[in-house]
Unconditional design. Structure first.
Lengths: 819, 215
């Protein structure tokens, strides 16, 4: 069959659905049938699923002209999705094509939810099209004879690649692809990505730097220009706007009005606790929403989430309060309006959320921005410009993630075993490990076989063995079992399951939150008031609480976002505009706040760098305003605190938000000395950062994930869950052991590298310091806290840095007891 | 380096390693060493640097040399797990120091009693001595002052300018004292002091009495 005939089949099917293929869809079909690899840049809900399922099926038809009567067994294509919740939808789309074109092709799902029975059925007879996740893909590489399964595969599609890129799951995917290229040489590789700043690089990472696959590839862009309207939710009177109040609940009436006007509204919050609080606040004030409003976030159980998603599609809901859990995924056609509560911190995220509304052809997307405190309104006005100018962030891919490589090598050793020479070539062909040296490679091999770099007496280390013919293999069943369990570990916050005492799973909650509660305490979670009954193993058993009981809202640590470089720049420009006549509505609304700020201090201009100092009951505050985003401020605060501490012994506690940072001390900082000594210099940046205590602390936290991925600590045995608290302390202890005995260990060093590159954003930091060097420093000694400083000084999450001796500090400190 | 205290007319010297010397008995009390933990992890495929396991023995040597006690009493959790190669290191150590040893067994001590007896180590579940009760798990018993371990106590300090710090400590209440974990490869648990509790914190190479204040 030639291409025209194949296209006719596809077009006829499209017409049957009452659709017309988009140009990007037919372009993808053509490229795919030509045998090309590629990256499809298309937003969620644009028809990207059919852009790729169709040619997979057409390709099968082409190779098997008698496809209607004879079925050729064997895996044809793999679809990888980052969220297993999406797998059902993707399967349905594939089945629709496969069945309605009479192909007899079967579609299966393989995720963490797949039953053992189903998995062994698949092992005997693979479905033709398989939908899976990066973790399950790794697990398949950990099963015996995996090359047989994949041999016949002609395509692998990585969906939402922008979400995986810049994560270690993305690295996992790169490694899996490097193996599949050898095992299934006819396989095409396709990625699907939303718009990000570095699309070209995204494709390089997917296909391998300078790879053959990359040379035979195309990038296809959907170009679906949709109009996005950004509207600020402003109160009638600005003086009612709180200086900090991070929830924005004073605007609950305005949000209710928006909900009433629209068919379905999605209300996005940045963190799960805000989601819970908003849901409760809306219900309390507008009981009539009950039954028409739902909540959706990552800690709520899957059934409930799926129910909510279906209810949105069925137009049963007026409003859903949600978090990033609804960022991805399939089309929700009825959504007309989106409300964003609090700064979304990044343009790409904001666009994605805006794009959730107005899916019907010709519709515009409406997104309301609700600032939770006064200064955040500046973000609204910056976002509008970002949308107009389509400024989008990059996703930075990981390099040299030794933890993931070590895990992958054990995976291969668990299944059929591997020969290092063959695998080294594959690993080096990936983007992540393109710079790997022979020494690095040897380190990884030593790590998994000897547990160290030199063989020692008295050693019982056991993991991967080297067989006589040089094959690296895991022969211990218990090690293999434990490794398979480890692969699926989603590294993140330590979570516990919340269940009713009488049975019924409600969702997950972070351990630190529960550890603050006692049995009998009442908390609000998943929109319900729950009484803590007891905590057993990793389960939190609860009972329904008296509706009148006093309750605290569940909260989560995770998900603190930082302003992207692009957002920060836009934000600064908007801030400078406050001193001009060219002000947006948001800035005009902020006028009273700016006035108040100017009373004590200034609103800085482009060439000014503002520092404020004042004293309160808590001690001496010094606030600096670089407007560079939380992460850069975290690093800057640490850097500056360190440099000041070199001048004289002093102890600081540090706080930061997206606008600035604070150094708080029990002694007065000699600011004149700070200025005279030019402490903002970009010189010696790296070594100073490294010496600042904070970097060690941050690396120690990064090391937790690394230790889990590299198999240094266990997250659990079947039926016997190791408390994550123990895992946490073990990884800290291991960090210290490495620091004391093996500081050149690559995994230990990786913790620092990730801290500098991904957390401290050293590159951005350097640019910020260079900018500050050219600014004039304006130091304001204030009587009391200014509106700008308020959200920072009230932040309770703090780091510490000290150059005093411990004994000195302890003399002024106390261990407090409650009466 | 040390801090001297008195409990019921007996004199004790607290050492920064977490060990405590009982002067009247010339006895060294040590709790929660958790030997064998490093090897236990390695045996199960976690590549923790092997060299770390020698640190506990160096610490033990140092503190024995410092006090030169007549006898040593371990307050439980001497070994973290079942037998592994660290046992051999322990045997060597016992032969080397040549002192009577008593082990008040803890929840982690699952190594067969015979193995200890072969080293002439006395093993018991508790030891009553001159009005003092030596056990692994903290408990208050009428007529006794208890010395125990198990908890790995630490305390959280606070100060002006929102300063905070966590220190491992000797935790003393009216009727008992909980020793910090001696082991190099162990974690801590933050205790909430009460009005009448006394806290002796460990900072680097010092033991310091911590001020306890009402919040």
């Amino acid at each position: 069959m030639n291409r025209k005939e194949l296209f006719d089949i596809a077009n006829t099917w499209f017409e049957g659905q009452g659709w017309q293929p988009f140009p990007f869809q037919t372009q993808t079909w053509t490229a795919f049938l030509q045998g090309k690899n590629g990256l499809l840049n298309a937003p969620t809900g644009s028809g990207k699923t059919y852009a790729l399922w169709i040619p997979v099926v057409l390709d099968y038809i082409k190779k098997n002209p008698d496809y209607k009567t004879k079925h050729k067994p064997g895996l044809k294509a793999i679809w990888i999705t980052p969220l297993r919740a999406l797998s059902v939808e993707i399967k349905q789309a594939a089945e629709r094509v496969a069945n309605e074109l009479d192909t007899q092709l079967t579609v299966g799902i393989r995720t963490g939810d797949t039953t053992t029975a189903e998995r062994s059925r698949q092992k005997k007879k693979m479905p033709d099209l398989l939908v899976t996740t990066p973790e399950s893909m790794q697990l398949m590489l950990a099963s015996k004879d995996y090359p047989k399964i994949f041999k016949s595969c002609t395509a692998i599609i990585i969906d939402e690649w922008h979400e995986l890129l810049g994560t270690k799951r993305g690295v996992q995917t790169e490694l899996a692809l490097s193996r599949l290229k050898t095992v299934a040489p006819k396989m095409r590789i396709w990625g699907v990505s939303a718009t990000i700043g570095n699309l070209q690089q995204a494709m390089e990472v997917l296909l391998g730097a300078e790879s053959e696959a990359l040379q035979n590839s195309v990038m296809i862009k959907a170009h679906l220009n949709k109009k996005i309207n950004v509207l600020s939710v402003l109160p009638e009177k600005m003086d009612a706007y709180p200086w900090r109040g991070h929830m924005g609940l004073h605007l609950v009436d305005e949000v209710a009005e928006i909900i009433k006007k629209s068919k379905t509204t999605l209300i996005f919050t940045n963190v799960r606790s805000a989601c819970e609080i908003w849901y409760q606040a809306l219900l309390e004030k507008y009981p009539e929403f009950a039954g028409e409003m739902a909540m959706h976030h990552g800690s709520i159980n899957r059934e409930t989430r799926q129910w909510v998603e279906q209810a949105i599609r069925d137009e049963q809901l007026k409003a859903v309060v949600c978090t990033s859990s609804l960022d991805l995924g399939v089309d929700f056609a009825p959504v007309e309006t989106v409300v964003q509560i609090g700064g979304p911190k990044g343009v790409a995220r904001f666009l994605q959320r805006a794009g959730r509304s107005g899916h019907r052809p010709g519709q515009e997307s409406n997104i309301y921005f609700l600032a939770t405190h006064a200064i955040e309104l500046v973000e609204a006005s910056a976002l509008r410009r970002a949308v107009a100018e389509t400024v989008v962030e990059d996703r930075i891919p990981y390099l040299n993630s030794w933890d993931v490589l070590v895990q992958y090598l054990v995976t291969l050793a668990v299944s059929d075993g591997f020969y290092p020479d063959e695998i080294f070539k594959e690993v080096k062909s990936t983007f992540c490990y393109q710079a790997i040296t022979e020494e690095d490679w040897q380190f990884c091999l030593n790590f998994i076989t000897k547990g160290s770099q030199s063989l020692q007496a008295y050693d019982e280390y056991k993991k991967v063995e080297i067989e006589d013919d040089g094959k690296f293999k895991v022969n211990s069943r218990s090690i293999a079992l434990r490794h398979r369990m480890q692969i699926g570990t989603i590294v993140g916050d330590a979570v516990m399951k919340v269940k009713y005492f009488s049975g019924g799973y409600i969702g997950t909650i972070e351990e630190w939150f529960i550890s603050k509660l006692n049995p009998g305490d009442v908390f609000i979670f998943a929109g319900r008031k729950l009484e803590l009954y007891r905590v057993k193993n990793m389960e939190v058993l609860v009972k329904r609480a008296d509706p009148k009981a006093k309750a605290t809202h569940a909260s989560w640590m995770g998900g603190r976002l930082t302003l992207s470089a692009q957002m920060s720049e836009l934000l600064r420009e908007e801030m400078y505009a406050a001193n001009t006549d060219d002000m947006s509505n948001e800035l005009k609304a902020l006028y009273p706040v700016f006035e108040r700020q100017r009373k004590e201090s200034i609103v800085p201009d482009e060439d000014e760098f503002l520092i404020e100092t004042f004293k309160t009951r808590e001690g001496y505050h010094a606030i600096f305003y670089p407007f560079e985003g939380r992460y850069v401020h975290e690093a800057l605060a640490s850097l500056l605190a360190f440099r000041i501490s070199l001048l004289s012994p002093i102890t600081f506690s540090l706080a930061y938000n997206d606008y600035g940072f604070e150094l708080l001390s029990d002694k007065e900082i000699d600011m004149q000395q700070v200025l005279d000594n030019n402490l903002f210099t970009p010189e010696h940046l790296h070594s100073d950062l490294q010496r600042s205590l904070n970097a060690t602390e941050m690396a120690r936290r990064k090391f937790r994930d690394i230790a889990v991925i590299a198999g240094l600590v266990f997250t659990g045995y079947p039926g016997k869950v190791v408390k994550t608290k123990h895992l946490q302390s073990s990884s800290q202890l291991i960090f210290e052991v490495f620091r004391d005995y093996e500081p050149d260990n690559l995994l230990f060093q990786q913790a620092y590298r990730e801290t500098f590159e991904h957390q401290l954003e050293e590159g951005r930091l350097l640019l910020a310091l260079e900018r500050i060097e050219h600014q004039q420093i304006v130091w304001k000694q204030c009587e009391k806290p200014t509106p700008f400083s308020f959200p920072i000084i009230t932040d309770r999450l703090r780091e510490r840095l000290s150059s005093e001796t411990l004994a000195e500090r302890i003399k002024r400190m106390t261990a407090n007891y409650m009466k | 380096m040390t801090l001297e205290i008195t409990i019921n007319h007996n004199h004790f010297i607290l050492h920064y390693s977490g060990a405590m010397y009982w002067a009247e008995q010339s006895m060294l009390l040590i709790s929660d060493v958790h030997l064998g933990k490093v090897s236990h992890f390695r045996k199960h495929g976690a590549a923790i640097p092997d060299i770390a396991k020698y640190k506990n023995f160096r610490k033990l040597d140092e503190v024995v040399e410092y006090f030169n006690p007549e006898k040593i009493c371990f307050l439980g959790d001497l070994f973290h797990s079942s037998l592994n190669t660290e046992w051999e290191l322990f045997e060597e150590w016992v032969h080397r120091i040549q002192k009577p040893i008593v082990l008040v067994a803890g929840n982690h001590d699952i190594i067969p009693v015979k193995k200890f007896e072969a080293l002439r180590i006395n093993i018991c579940s508790e030891w009553v001595l001159n009005g003092f009760l030596l056990v692994h798990h903290p408990e208050e018993r009428e007529g006794f002052f208890t010395m125990s371990g198990h908890i790995h106590p630490a305390v959280q300090l606070q100060g002006m300018g929102r300063q905070r710090m966590k220190l491992p400590c000797f935790f003393r209440s009216e009727k008992q004292m909980i020793l910090p974990a001696f082991g190099a490869f162990t974690g801590t648990y933050i205790m909430q002091p009460g009005e009448n509790d006394k806290i002796y914190g460990i900072i680097k190479n010092e033991v310091i009495k911590i001020n306890v204040e009402k919040l």
